[in-house]
Design a protein around this ligand. Sequence first.
Ligand code: NAP
Length: 341
Amino acid sequence: MLSSSSLPCRTPSLVPNPNPNPNPNRSLLLLRPHGRCCRRGAPPVLAMDAAQPFDFESRASDLLERQSKLKIAIVGFGNFGQFLARTFARQGHTLLAHSRSDHSAAAASVGAAFFRDPHDLCECHPDVVLLATSILSAERVLRSLPLQRLRRSTLFVDVLSVKEFPKNLFLQLLPPHFDILCTHPMFGPESAKDGWAGLPFVYDKVRLADADDRLDRCANFLDIFSREGCRMVEMPCGEHDEIAAGIQFLTHTVGRVLAKLDLKPTPIDTKGYEMLLKLVENTCSDSFDLYNGLFMYNKNSTELLERLDVAFDSLKKELFGRLHDRLRKQLFESSQSLTGS
Ligand code: NAP
């Protein structure tokens, strides 16, 4: 496979070969880095109106397409890792997978190679290592990877539902020669079962070396999501966590509170009640570890829980206050009618 980081040139520009191709297996396109010709054999092309083979354009786009393909190692091949892998595979990326449990059958079903041993995984020199483990296990899993076996230019990406925590973890544990991209696809197997179009994808380019091939590789990774129609939102990790507590942790908390009521469908369900049942289904299909991670590893979640408590108390006070007023009025009215005053 032609991986972005194994290309001979940075930011290739396409140069047509003026000679009819004597060998159909040899590419008609040659790569030129920043204007310097790196072509071997054929003379340099000076005019863009030189005769071109009839399928020049399709070969050019095929080559560009192949150059954008990545070798992605998914670390944590559970519910969400497998969900992402299906789209990565459909887009033609090469997939490797590693997880605590044996997910080799699930990996095989999307054409991914499964590695029980992280040493074997890292020795395959992926372009991208994608951390998709639970929030709670992320540090342990990251520490278990033999980083010295990876290429020094590897791009590390995470998809954890909190962002400050993995950002700090990566900055703390990864040597400075690795690139870092923190992301949060804000959808999952349940909410995106009909596709990713229009769904938000948050990302923060935490650390990228200033080299064309490494910037291109990051762009190619992000392009996986934009191709699917995701709404791409570049945002600092801290800002993500602030907002996510108010929307995602709130949604999961309300869903899980309702689940404790053991709600059931009835013959007279309203649209609103049906939405509540759907909310319970959507939130409780994620693991409790995920929910717990949203609480433990986002400092804004505690405040959100407290605000929920205050809001619930204030609503109860309002209801009981009105009830109290009504009862007192009735009591006075009945005592007045008894005394005849
Ligand atoms: P999860 O319960 O958060 O994570 C399950 C994954 O974590 C599995 O790969 C599991 O490995 C691994 N894991 C759990 N405990 C472990 C331990 N002690 N040691 C090593 N590995 C451990 O569920 P998930 O839905 O698959 O989410 C994965 C990540 O994606 C999380 O960080 C989550 O925040 C993020 N995310 C999820 C969604 C979603 O909708 N589900 C959306 C966006 C982001 P094994 O399966 O091999 O045991």
